[in-house]
Each structure stands twice: as C-alpha cells, then as structure tokens.
Design a protein around this ligand. Structure first.
Ligand SMILES: Nc1ncnc2c1ncn2[C@@H]1O[C@H](COP(=O)(O)OP(=O)(O)OP(=O)(O)O)[C@@H](O)[C@H]1O
Ligand SMILES: [Mg+2]
Length: 1038
C-alpha cells in the first residue's frame, strides 16, 4: 500500500517525490537510509516491510540518472523508506491558513500565467511525454476530468494520501501515457532558462483552468486528510512540517501543471526544442518542405521513410527532429549513421548541447571511440552517432546482448552510399539485420542523389518523400573555349549560349591559364566565395598556385589581420611547421583542401572559408560529401576525377554546393569542358542519377560472405533455410535480376555457406538430419573483430607466429601486426629511405624484421637497385615499411618530421595512424575470442590508444573531446585546462578570453561536448558500481 503511494507521488513529478519524501521522513530514518542509498542500488533494496520498492525497476529505468547526485541520493532515500512516510503527519483541520495560503499561491500563479501569456518570449517548458501535440490537449483535458471524477473508495489509505495518490496516479497516467503506454515515466521539474539579462527565469505556458483543477485535488486531498482520524498530537514541529509540505505540494502542483500545459505544438516535441534549435542552430523557422515531411502520415505512424532533396536542402534538421522525438517522447535510443569520422565528430559537437539540455546521452562511435555493447543506461536515453563501420559493430553487439529493440530509430545519412563498394555492403548488412530482428525499429534514410528509390523502398519497406527544394536557386553553366552556356536539358543541344567570358590575357598568361580559371574566379572573389573542384590532389595545389600568381596585390589587403591569424594557427597546428604552399596562398585568401592536409589543417581552412577569411578553395571531390561549405560560384576544373569521367551523382554533389542560404540570391556552377568531352558532358548534365546497386557481391562477394558468417555467429540464423529467409530481406534480393547475373541468389547463398565451411569459419552439426550451422572460434573472432574474410587466416597466422617470439622492447613488432593489410597498396616503399631506416633499427628490431621475412641484405640490395631473385613476399615488405612509418610517428609524435623523412604527405601519415588504430582495435576484438592470444589483450588495448592519440600523453584527455585536435588541446592545456573535468567545468566566456582565436560558438561546443563526455563516463562508472553492489535477489538465506 505504501508502495503504491510512492508510485503515485513519483509518477506525478520527480521534484515532488523527492521533496515530499525529504520533509516527511523522520531524521533517524533519513540518515539510516541515506547511508544505505549510497551503497546499495535502489532497485534492489527491499522495503522494510520486505517488499521491493514498487515498480522500482521501471522507476530506475526512467530517471535516476537524470538527477544530479544529491537528487539521486534523495530519491534513493525516499524509495527505500516507506512505512513512516506520513508517520509524523499532522492533520490540517482548524488551520485555515493552509487553504488561504493555497489560494494566495493560486492567485500568484494566475498572475504569473498572465505575465507569461502576454510575454512574447518563447515558452520553453519540457513536455516529455507527448508524441502528438494535438492529441495531448484533449487527452489532458480528459485526464483531468477523469481525475476529478475519481471517487475515493480505498478505505485502507489515509485520506490525504489516498486522494493525492489517486489524483496523481490518474493524472500521471493520462499525462505520461497518452499513447496507452503504461510504463511509469517521470515528469520533470519545470526548466528554468537564462534570460537575456542573465537572470534565471522559470518557464511558463500554463493554463489556469487546468491548474485550478490540480489545486482542487490538493485542497480536497488535504481536507479529506484533515477529516481522517489522527493519533498524532499537534506539535509546533509537526505544524512546521505540514506548512513545508504544503509549499512543496504547491511547487509540485506548479511543476505538474506547467509541464502538462506546454501546449505549443512542435511536431510533438517539447517547445523547448524549438527554442534550442533557434538558439543553438540559429534556425528560426522550418522550411515548408521540412514541415510537410514531419507531418507526413508515414512519419506520424512511424513507418520507414526515405526522403531525398537536393544538396543543402536542410535534410539533417528533419532527421534530428525525428531523433529527438524518439529519445524524448518514445524514450528509446537512436542511432545516427554518418559516412565520415569528421562528420560524426561535428554532429557530436553540435548535438551535445541538446543532450545536456534535454537530458539524453550523445555517444560517439567513430575511430576508436564507442563501447560494444554500449553501456546500459538505465536512467537516460542514448543517441549513438556512428560511422558506417562502427554502426555495424554496434548493431551486432546489441543483437548479441539482445538489446536491439532498445534502439527505436536508425537514421542513415547519404543513403546512396549503399551503392558505394564495401562501405555500401556494410550499410546493407546493418540495415538488413535491423529489419530482420527489430520490427519496431524505424529506419529513415536521406540523400540528395537517389536514382532508384523504388528498389530502396522495397528493401526498407519504406515510404518515400521527395522535393526539389533548394534554399537558393542553382544556375548550371558550362564553359567551352571563351563562351559560357547555360545548362538546359530541355534544349535539344542541352546548352544555351549565355555570354562571352570577359578577360584580357597576355599571351604568356593565355599559355599558362588556358581554361581562363583566373578570369572565372576573379568575377566573384574576394567579396564572394568560390570553390574549384580539381581532378587530382596535385592539381589542387597547382591551380591555387597559378591563380595566386595572377591576382592583384589588392587581394592581400583583404582581411589581412584574419589571414595572419590563420597562418599562425596553421603553424601551431604543425608544431611550428607551416605548409610552404599554404604560406604563399593564404595571404591572397586562397587555400587548397584535400586528404594530404592534416585534419587540423583542413578544419582550420574550412573554418576560415566559412568565416569569409578565405575566399577560394581548390579541392577534390571529398569536399562535396556532406561538408557544409557552400560557395557563390562552384567551378569544376574538368569533368574527370583522377582518370574517371564524373558520375552524375558526383556532379550533382559538387554543383549542389553553389549558393549560400541567406547570403546569395542564387548560386552558379561552371563546368569547364573541352570539345572532346562535349557529348559525354551532355549526358552528365541531363541523364538520370545512376542507380544505387547492392554491394554484397562486390569484391568477390566479400560482403555476402561476412554477412552470412555474422548472422550465423549472432544466432540470427541457424540453418541454410533460415539463411535463405534472411537473404530474402536484403537489397541484393530486391535487385537479384540486375546483380546476380549468372546464378540465383539462392545458389550464391549455398556457395557462400560452403566456402565458409571450407575456410573453417563455420561447421554443420554432425547429428543426422540436423543441419544446424555453427560458427567456429575463428569464425566468431572474425566477425567480432570485423576482420575482412580475405585476411582472417593470414591474420591468425601472423599473430600465432608473432607470439612465438614477440619482441616487446620496441613497438615495432606490435605495430607491424596491426598495420592494416589494405593500406599496403597505397604506398610504395622508397628503397633508399627503407634502407636508411632499417640501418637505424636496434639489433633486436632487425632480428624481428628478418623473422617476418625482410632481411637487411634484401633491403640493401633493393636500395642499390639490384633485382632480387629471392622469394620475398612483397606484401610483407611493404607492410613492414608502413610499420616503420608508424613506429617513427609513435616515437616522434610529429607528423611533419615523419612526413619529411619518408617523403609522404602528412595527411597520409595521419590516415595511416587512424586506420592502424581502427585495425588495432579490430585485432584486439579478434584476439579476445581466441584464448591462445590472451597476451595480446593488454598490449593491444594500450597500442590502440597510442595510435589514436599520437601526441604527448598529457593531451590525450583533452583530445577525447569530440573535435579537439592536437593544436587546440595544446592551447587549452597551456591555458590551464589540463583534464576533462577542467574543460567540462570551464566557462566559455573565460575560454574565449584566454585561448587565442577561439570563437564563442566553438567554446560553447567544446564545453558542451566535454560535459557530455564526462557525464557519459561518470554514468558508465555509476552503472558499474550499481551492478557491483546489487544485492542478488536469490541470495540464500536460512
Ligand atoms: N529551416 C531552415 N532555415 C534556415 N536554415 C536551415 C534550415 N534547415 C536547415 N538549414 C541550414 O541549411 C544548411 C544545409 O542543411 P543540411 O546540411 O541539412 O543540408 P542537406 O540537405 O543535408 O545537404 P547535403 O545533401 O549537402 O548533405 C545548414 O547550414 C542548415 O543549418
Ligand atoms: Mg546532409
């Protein structure tokens, strides 16, 4: 009974439950339970009456982590102390001041309402529980009516307890579960926000009528209580307690009514979300298409959805709103899949503040970040933001832990990447597993370039929404000789003459700039921005250098001070080294942007371009994918990327960058073409987008093989027939006729199963007529480590051989073992450098090299230009070369000097480090499944960390914060922010003043991300503590 009471109060508001409990328990009880609550998780503490705390698991699920520590302690105390909740309670009969006080409070509140109603500020009240705003009002009204009509019949309860409990129960039930979900969900304390003048303001948005009904309930509850027999004498202390209780009840009442009455619709979300979008993203209103899309029936009914719009159409915001709905209203986790680590980090930074304000976790799954399975958060929902690969591992781990159902929504950005080689295969595997296992998980995919949406719709059983909205009009042109033509696919010729290009070139200049790039760019820069897409990295640097050569000195004067700051930042990001090419270009407002730059340099260049300090970037196609860097004019230097003719989708992505919303009236793209390419370019600008094909068969069916291995390993399928069923739900099945040309999918499937058997990755039960499929230990290690099937046996062999004589007095041997096999083809050894580096190795290191198959004499002869007859594995030789690069990077922690030593780009070395750290963590998971490799566990854990943060150890805690790179970490460290806790508690205003060139928005994001990370770590530890101290329910007793 007392338990029920607690439940009722708790449901009607967290604040109320915590406060009332503190006031009402005797101090003796409080301290006793206070102690216990620190040591024993709430959900396992039995009440003193021997019962467990009512609905404790649900309660625990819903909110304790949302509270701060003290709140948590209070809640524990309340929950664990039951029998004397009202034990010292005195009747209020005869004390009319209580009701007078209540009335006074009510009047104050009404005044407060009116003030707020007339205020034109955005109400910012959290309304957690309303998936559908419009239905909220009626259900709230209904619920209030219902609670008023409730007759108090349970004579076992004390009057006030009964009345209040019944009202609260009813109210909470109707408010919290409008969709019929009977799970207990906590209400929150009304949020307070900082006003512009810096004061804290409580949020309003309340409806007097509803509040009155709540106050009626309270009054009635108290009166009934007053009439109830009381065996306790009235002492001054007790009166005091009652007065306090009333005021607490008033607060609670206010809390309930405020939260209930957040009636402004924002796609079923709390109004606060709208205010946050405005404050944090600067978006005041949604585009019309965004509203339409969010109001689609399919969205309301949580059907799977694919939506496609041109680049810069604002697709992300719709996805984010749907994610917030999932987290806040449906109380389920969400997974957001993005293609690149940098995009994941940017999203984590951007959404961390939302997480802090709206009380959910933002967890990064990129690079070496992310735990498998994720930490079980009993009190909070999580948003996992993941790269394609990490998302797959995350889904696998959730399936294994039987927790995939907790993920209510999966969003895939750039869905067309399904057609992108092995990465596309990974997206397909992930989605096919989600579709097969968790029917209640909604899948949403978005893209700017989808040619065959029907196939994808069939694969995902999804609805489709398309719109050709662009915030800024795009005009497409091509340039042929000295004429500019407007692209018009409706015209027979496809191109309509627009104008002659106006330029005065000397003959020397004409020779150097045959395509008139200088003339094209100087029409817009420096006052407006320009992107020049080039076919190769080298070409990016050459074109930018050439443009600079012909720019007038006036360009140097433009934003001179800011450019000097940028150069300073670039130099400090390189530990004092500055790229000589950028050094020449930046003063003119130009830079190049490609994978040869370090990620720090790219980020600085991007930021400077966004801020208008740089007016032109020459770049490769990588800039077109997902990075939000629009330009007034986009120039395509040629219709090729490296040696391949552009695909329609690539073209679309690039030209789509033209036009900056809110700045330009229109954007324009100009493709420079030669006569010989005219016909192909006509096709390029007018043909439909290429179709996106399943990639499970890509690269000799690597994808389908590893898919089948993992579904058997994860126990999703145990027989050949079940494997067939599963395969029927793939995109490959939808496109069987287009992709499986020689054999049917069923035949391919059978072949794959046979191949997996041959490779020793799966076995079939030997029982007669059984046919059950099992994975072997090697098979399990392979899918657990996400190891490419092509390399799994080589890896096993290398590791086994390594164990026989593991050299541990240097990193070289371990580094060699985790050098990714697939990076080998990207770098050819320079034999002279190889030899020089080899001779500098210690005797032990040289011995180890010889043991893996590369002797000094071999390298020496190669360096001397001799042809070798000796049978040496070229993959091993190249892999060892890369390992030497890595070793050098680990020793020096300076990419620049390593780049100089090996004559490689610093960007390549950074990529090598991050791929190796990713592969190292794969190898770690691989070895964890194979007992014989136990010594690797500790070694590889540390190695992963070192490869990830190839910096001085003191900077690592700061660099764990999303997007804080080495340069920034150093600045922060030198400014006194030495730990994560320093950053999480930093004042952004102070940061801006003490850290050079840090903008307020960046400071806010750094602090928010640090806070989020700290919360996440503390929370994970707390979960561990809870688990550790959990009292087993089946503890043997006498
Ligand atoms: N309603 C809006 N009002 C103003 N700006 C908006 C709105 N919605 C989105 N934006 C802004 O538009 C820009 C582009 O949005 P977004 O990155 O979502 O485009 P996208 O459709 O995903 O494009 P891409 O296909 O290139 O990834 C962003 O800066 C975003 O903040
Ligand atoms: Mg996008």
């Amino acid at each position: 009974m007392a338990g029920m009471l607690r439940l009722g109060v708790r449901q009607s508001g967290l604040t109320m439950s915590a406060e009332i409990k503190v006031k009402r328990v005797s101090s003796r009880k409080r301290s006793r339970d206070g102690l216990r609550s620190h040591l024993t998780p709430i959900r396992k503490i039995p009440s003193s009456s021997g019962q467990q705390c009512p609905d404790s698991s649900t309660a625990e699920m819903e909110h304790p982590r949302a509270m701060d520590q003290s709140m948590h302690a209070k809640f524990s105390e309340y929950c664990s102390d039951t029998e004397d909740l009202f034990g010292d309670y005195d009747s209020i009969v005869g004390d009319s001041s209580f009701l007078a006080k209540l009335d006074r409070e009510e009047q104050n509140m009404r005044r407060h309402d009116i003030d707020h109603a007339t205020s034109n500020r955005c109400p910012v009240v959290l309304q957690h529980e309303n998936p559908d705003f419009t239905s909220l009002k009626s259900s709230t009204d209904k619920c209030l009516k219902k609670s008023r009509d409730y007759s108090m019949t349970d004579s076992n309860l004390e009057g006030s307890q009964l009345a209040f409990q019944q009202d609260a129960l009813q109210t909470a039930e109707w408010i919290c579960c409008p969709d019929g979900d009977k799970t207990s969900k906590p209400m929150r304390r009304p949020e307070s926000v900082s006003t512009e003048d810096g004061n804290e303001r409580h949020n309003a948005g309340v409806v007097p009528k509803a509040r009155k009904s709540m106050s009626d309930h309270l009054k009635r509850a108290m009166l009934v209580n007053a009439a109830a027999p009381s065996s306790v004498s009235r002492t001054a202390v007790q009166k005091e307690a009652v007065v306090t209780e009333i005021s607490v009840a008033m607060q609670a009442m206010e809390s309930v009514s405020m939260e209930t009455m957040d009636l402004e619709p924002f796609f079923g979300l709390p109004t606060k979300v709208k205010a946050l979008i405005c404050n944090l993203k600067g978006i005041k209103d949604l585009y019309e298409w965004q509203k339409n899309c969010l109001n689609l029936d399919s969205v309301q009914q949580r059907k799977n959805l694919i939506y496609s719009l041109p680049t810069s159409g604002g697709k992300t915001l719709v996805a984010e709103i749907l994610i917030l709905k999932e987290l806040l209203c449906r109380k389920r986790d969400a997974l957001f899949i993005l293609p690149y680590i940098s995009l994941v980090q940017e999203k984590v930074r951007g959404l961390a503040s939302f997480g802090l304000e709206l009380d959910f976790m933002v967890e990064e799954y990129a690079g070496n970040k992310g735990r498998f399975p994720p930490v079980k958060r009993r009190g909070k929902r999580s948003l996992y933001i993941a790269t394609i690969e990490k998302a797959h591992s995350l889904v696998n781990s959730l399936i294994e832990a039987n927790r995939l159902d907790n993920v209510g929504l999966v969003v895939v950005d750039e869905l067309h990447m399904l057609g992108d080689g092995s990465r596309g295969a990974i997206i397909e595997m992930t989605l096919a597993k989600v579709l097969y296992i968790s029917k209640s998980t909604q899948i949403i995919g978005m893209s700017a370039t989808l040619g065959n949406v029907q196939d994808l719709q069939r694969f995902l059983s999804a609805d489709n929404y398309t719109n050709d909205f662009r915030p800024v009009e795009l005009k497409e042109y091509v340039k042929l000789k000295d004429s500019i033509y407007e692209v018009d696919p409706k015209e027979e010729e496809c191109f309509r003459f627009s104008r002659l290009l106006n330029f005065k070139y000397s003959s020397a200049m004409q020779k150097i700039d045959q395509d008139h790039i200088v003339a094209l760019v100087t029409e817009v820069i420096p006052s407006q921005s320009c992107l020049v897409f080039c076919p190769t990295k080298k070409n990016c640097e050459n074109v930018a250098g050439m443009i600079c050569k012909y720019l007038k000195q006036d360009f140097i004067q433009h934003k001179q001070a800011e450019k000097a700051v940028l150069l300073g930042d670039l130099r400090s990001s390189g530990n004092g080294s500055l790229c000589p090419v950028l050094k020449k270009m930046v003063p003119y407002g130009l830079a190049y942007h490609h994978s040869g730059l370090t990620s720090e340099e790219r980020k600085l260049v991007e930021e400077a371009y966004s801020a208008g300090v740089l007016c032109l970037l020459t770049c490769t196609s990588t800039l077109a994918a997902g990075i939000n860097l629009p330009a007034r004019r986009v120039i395509l230097r040629s219709p090729y990327m490296a040696v391949d003719f552009l695909k329609r989708s690539q073209y679309k992505q690039m030209v789509g960058r033209a036009g900056r919303a809110g700045i330009d009236t229109h954007g324009e793209s100009i493709l420079i073409l030669q006569d010989k390419d005219k016909v192909m370019v006509k096709k390029l600008v007018s043909a439909p987008i290429e179709i996106c094909k399943s990639n499970l068969m890509h690269d000799n069916g690597k994808g389908i093989l590893s898919l089948i291995l993992s579904i058997i390993g994860l126990n999703i399928t145990n027989s050949l027939e079940q494997v067939r069923d599963f395969m029927d739900g793939t995109l490959l099945s939808v496109q069987e006729k287009q992709v499986c040309l020689e054999r049917s999918l069923w035949e391919v499937t059978q072949e794959c199963v046979e191949l997996l058997k041959v490779k020793g990755l799966i076995t079939v039960s030997t029982e007669p007529h059984d046919g059950t499929l099992h994975v072997t230990k090697l098979g399990r290690a392979t899918y657990k480590g996400s190891v490419d099937l092509t390399y799994c046996d080589v890896l096993y062999r290398d590791l086994s051989k390594g164990l026989e004589s593991l050299m541990l007095d240097s990193f070289l041997h371990l580094v060699y073992l985790v050098t990714p096999y697939d990076m080998v083809s990207q770098c050819k050894p320079d034999w002279m450098i190889y030899f020089r580096q080899f001779t500098m190795l210690s005797a032990a290191e040289q011995k180890m090299c010889a043991a893996v198959g590369v002797s000094e004499s071999f390298v020496a002869r190669k360096a001397a230009g001799q042809n070798m007859k000796k049978n040496v594995d070229p993959v091993v030789v190249s892999r060892l070369y890369l390992a030497l690069v890595l070793l050098s990077a680990l020793k020096e922690t300076d990419l620049w000097s390593v780049a100089d030593r090996f004559l490689l780009s610093r960007g390549f070395i950074q990529t090598l480090l991050s791929s190796s750290s990713a592969f190292c963590s794969c190898v770690l998971h691989f070895t964890e499944e194979l007992e014989e490799f136990w010594p690797f566990n500790a070694l590889l854990t540390e190695l992963t960390r070192r490869l990830t943060y190839c910096v001085k150890a003191e900077l690592i805690p700061l660099m764990e914060v999303a997007g804080v790179m080495e340069g920034r970490a150093k600045q922060l460290y030198n400014a006194g922010y030495k730990t994560l806790a320093h950053l999480a508690n930093a004042d952004p205003n102070v940061l801006v003043k003490t850290v050079e060139n840090l903008f307020k928005k960046q400071a806010n994001q750094i602090v928010a991300s640090a806070k989020m990370l700290l919360n996440e770590k503390a929370d994970a530890l707390q979960e561990e503590v809870d688990d550790l101290l959990m009292m087993p329910l089946d503890l043997p007793s006498l």
